[in-house]
Design a protein around this ligand. Sequence first.
Ligand code: AHR
Length: 505
Amino acid sequence: MIRILLGAALALALAAPAAAQTAVANVAIDTSKPGVEIDRHIYGQFAEHLGRGIYEGIWVGENSKIPNIHGYRKDVVEALRKIHVPDIRWPGGCFGDLYDWRDGIGPRAKRPVRVNVHWGGVTEDNSFGTHEFMNFSELVGADAYVSLNVGSLAPYDSAQWLEYMTSDSASSLANERRRNGRAKPWTVRFVGIGNETWGCGGNMRPDYAADVNRRYATFANTPRDMGSLKIASGSHDDNFDFAETMMRDGGRFDGLSVHYYTVPRIFRDKGPATAFPESEWASTLAHALHINDIVTKTATIMDKYDPDKKIGLYVDEWGTWYDQEAGSHPGFLYQQNSLRDAEVAALSLNIFQRHSDRVKGANIAQMINVLQAMILTDKGKMVLTPTYHVFDMYQAFMGATPYPASVSGPDYKEGVPMVDVSAARGKDGKLVLAIVNTDPGHAVQVVTNLTGTAHGRILSGFAMDARNSFADPNHVHPLPFSGSTQGGKLSFDMPAKSVAVVAVD
Ligand code: AHR
């Protein structure tokens, strides 16, 4: 009952016309300048063997009381299918830099037990391995992004793993896969040549990392007609050495990765996921927007070596990183997900959409129960986070053609414009707009240069840390939202701290 009343109150608040003193932002969308199609892989996910991301989050085993499809939890599979997850990166992350694929094939009871040294020192029984991941990707309808271990295994291991997964021949490895239950080869769309070579992937220097890429990429092959893309491990944050050196000396590859996490404060003292002051709402959004500088600078470096833009930039780890929830298992990186995360997701996706000529993929960290998750679970229960709802709303942008959208309006804080807009022509021919009001305390009227009507959905809430809990799983969810006509122009009354996606009729 309380939930119904809150939902109704929020709906009324969202429907209320902007007051006379409401701030105004003007948006000019230039449909005469279509950009490069937005690659649907920018809405990709990352699932590492970390905390409860894989075990409990995805895999509960066939004998679990939690409803499952061949061991994969049914609620999660259904939720992921609904947002058309384009690809899933696995098995790490740092976990992948110590992962031996042979540990995760064959009868589960016979698989070796290892220690997950990076994440909590817990034992890893390898019951989720190659078959479980590749079949899960197929079940969800996502492409597989397999990150190879170039830090602690030889190139020969990568070559063998890829042959095991993708060969249709009568080789011993292909036959071993068949004996283990998979007749047809799987498709590996993305082959990650390592992870964070500058850090947990081997603490390499840029020159050495470039040589490692040349060497491993030589042997990391799939059948030619599979069209797999090799992604070299690149830079992070404001360190551009790896991007520069990899582009110059890294040999042949199809994509270059970059990693960037948004923290409210500094990495050693990140700040809580909920119950934060407004100053941390503001700093989080400012830090999230900084990814635009990182993408722009990396793209400039790439332009020097690849002016025809044949190599894609893959932001294959991004998202918020807070202090992990008090009382949760150390090293499991479990954090709550609130309206603030929804804003970070929307601002980041808008940036990737604007850079569609270079950014060809991105993987939010991480899919379930870890960092900025789509989904949280507690044994048999599941909630969809505000971030999930943003990804759901942004489906309209998959494969769309972007248009420049320039906003003139007030700043919420220095470096954080109050309004952020992304515009594109969807696959269905409709013009779609994503509009973000970053101000947690004030509504804004967004006046476009368009005419017509617009309908879609909006995500907002009363509190900056409004979130969904297992007791109240629908506290934050999208509501219907429409534009109105002001002075002959299509306009939107955006309540404080809101994200809307609408299609223009
Ligand atoms: O996503 C958590 C960790 O962050 C990954 O394992 C690593 O690649 C990055 O540093």
